[in-house]
Ligand binder design. Structure first.
Ligand code: ITT
Length: 193
């Protein structure tokens, strides 16, 4: 079976990648390594951070790797939390609290927001490329839905008439920032075969 390494320790991302890539591929992540690698995510953009993650894993494996850097941009918050989405208000703060804080912050303001995902790929020869996917939506006025993760329960996607936490994983993946970035990567990858 083909193995694809992804430089993430977020098991929700791993699950989404596994579902999107299908049963012929086994997704492996940082938790499958027999050593801890230190990744200093100090980039200012999703592209920089995705490359930092991919390079850290490539340095250890010396085989093709993917990495994902993603986050939520809220227009009324000057595009925060953005690249700080995981760390915003503290990495261990429950999303019920972070999500309510965003709902409160946009009250009476523009509700537009987007999820952004940048996938970085490094091939066997060490060549690097990034792929960006976005999904435009609105900050919902309440927390809704039990699927997905992170900010999904407040991300209202108008075509679904509900949040991305209130639809199946397949439905979310079919339009999501991660799904779109992965589709761009796969198209390029197939063409290069
Ligand atoms: P890795 O760095 O190990 O990949 P992470 O969770 O720290 O895991 P990021 O630095 O890319 O990853 O931060 C992404 C954060 O953005 C994530 O923790 C969520 O808070 C949010 N996010 C990204 N994609 C999301 C999605 O599909 N649904 C909900 N929230 C998402």
């Amino acid at each position: 079976m083909k193995i694809i390494w992804i430089a993430t320790s977020n098991l929700h991302k791993v699950e989404e990648f596994q579902t999107m890539l299908g049963k012929d591929v086994k997704v492996k992540c940082l938790k499958d390594l027999d050593q801890d690698i230190e990744i200093v995510e100090n980039g200012k953009t999703f592209e920089e951070n995705a490359l930092i993650k991919a390079r850290s894993l490539y340095a250890v494996l010396k085989e093709p790797v993917l990495a994902d850097d993603s986050g939520l941009e809220v227009d009324a918050m000057n595009k925060a939390p953005g690249v700080y989405s995981a760390r915003w208000m503290g990495e261990d703060t429950p999303y019920s609290i972070k999500n309510q804080a965003i709902i409160d912050a946009v009250k009476g303001k523009e509700r537009t927001a987007r999820f952004v995902c940048v996938i970085a790929y490094i091939n066997e020869a060490g060549q690097e490329k990034t792929y960006r996917g976005t999904i435009e939506g609105l900050i919902h006025d309440k927390i809704e839905g039990n699927n997905g993760f992170g900010y999904d329960p407040i991300f209202y996607y108008p075509p679904f008439k509900t949040t991305t936490a209130n639809v199946s994983e397949e439905m979310k993946n079919s339009v999501s920032h991660r799904g779109r970035a992965l589709a761009a990567f796969l198209k390029d990858w197939e063409e290069q075969k």
